[in-house]
Design a protein around this ligand. Structure first.
Ligand SMILES: [Zn+2]
Length: 224
C-alpha cells in the first residue's frame, strides 16, 4: 500500500512522556473503567468531566485541552452529552475487539467500524526527524476527546499488529471481568491481580473444600 509521507518536523507536542506513552495497559485500564460490582456493570466515567480528568491524569490529553473541553461542555451541554456517549461507545467497541481476540473469534463489524472511526477521527500520525533518526509521532489537530480515543485505540491496534495479542486476557474471576495484559514469563496469568482476584478465587476454592469436608453425604447422628 502506498502511503503519502513527508519527512518533516511536525508541530507535535515535544513534551517528554506525552507523545509516545500510551501503552496497551492504559487502553485496558480504560476498558476497565466500566467495572463490575456485585455482578452489575458499574460506570466509573459517568460524565464528560470524569472522562476528561481520566484522560488528563494519564497524559492522553493536555490539561489545557481538558479545560477547554470543559468550558465548551458548559456552553453546549448537548455536545458534551454526545462526547461522553462517544467515549462509552468507543470503549465498548475496543472491549468487543479485545474480547474477540481472547475468544478467538471475529469481532462484530459495528465494533470494528467504531474503532476505525476513532483511529481516523483527529489524530495525525506522521514521521518526524529526531536527533538520532526518524520517529513516528502523533500530531494533535483537534478535539481532545477524539484525540484521546484515537490514542487509546492506536495502542490496541499496535498490540494486535506488532505485539503479542495472545497475551490479552480477561480475568478468570466471575465477579471481575477486567481485561489485562499478561506480561508474565510463563504467560499463564489468569487473574488481573493476584492479590485481589487471584486471592479471592483461592479463598473461594478453600471455602468450598472446607464446606465439602464438613458436609459429608451421611451426616453423623448426634451422640447424646
Ligand atoms: Zn480480576
Amino acid at each position: 500500500m502506498w502511503l503519502p509521507m513527508t519527512l518533516s518536523i511536525a508541530t507535535h507536542d515535544a513534551r517528554p512522556g506525552h507523545a509516545h506513552d500510551v501503552s496497551v495497559d492504559t487502553t485496558f485500564d480504560f476498558l476497565n473503567t466500566l467495572d463490575t460490582e456485585d455482578g452489575f456493570p458499574h460506570e466509573t466515567l459517568p460524565t464528560l468531566d470524569d472522562a476528561l480528568s481520566w484522560f488528563a491524569d494519564r497524559g492522553l490529553i493536555h490539561v489545557e485541552g481538558a479545560d477547554r473541553a470543559r468550558r465548551e461542555a458548559a456552553e453546549w451541554p448537548d455536545a458534551a452529552g454526545r462526547d461522553i456517549e462517544r467515549v462509552h461507545t468507543v470503549r465498548d467497541a475496543l472491549r468487543e475487539v479485545a474480547d474477540a481476540v481472547v475468544e478467538h473469534r471475529v469481532p462484530r463489524g459495528s465494533a470494528l467500524s467504531e474503532v476505525n472511526r476513532a483511529l481516523h477521527a483527529r489524530q495525525v500520525i506522521e514521521l518526524v526527524a529526531g536527533s538520532d533518526g526518524v520517529h513516528v509521532d502523533h500530531r494533535h489537530v483537534g478535539d481532545p476527546v477524539d484525540d484521546a480515543l484515537a490514542r487509546l485505540s492506536d495502542a490496541l491496534v499496535r498490540e494486535l499488529t506488532a505485539g503479542e495479542p495472545e497475551r490479552i486476557r480477561v480475568c478468570a474471576s466471575d465477579t471481575c471481568n477486567w481485561v489485562f495484559y499478561d506480561a508474565s514469563r510463563t504467560s499463564r496469568r489468569r487473574w488481573c491481580d493476584m492479590a485481589t482476584c487471584g486471592n479471592r478465587a483461592k479463598q473461594a476454592r478453600h471455602r468450598a473444600r472446607k464446606a465439602e469436608a464438613a458436609d459429608p453425604a451421611e451426616p453423623a447422628a448426634p451422640t447424646a
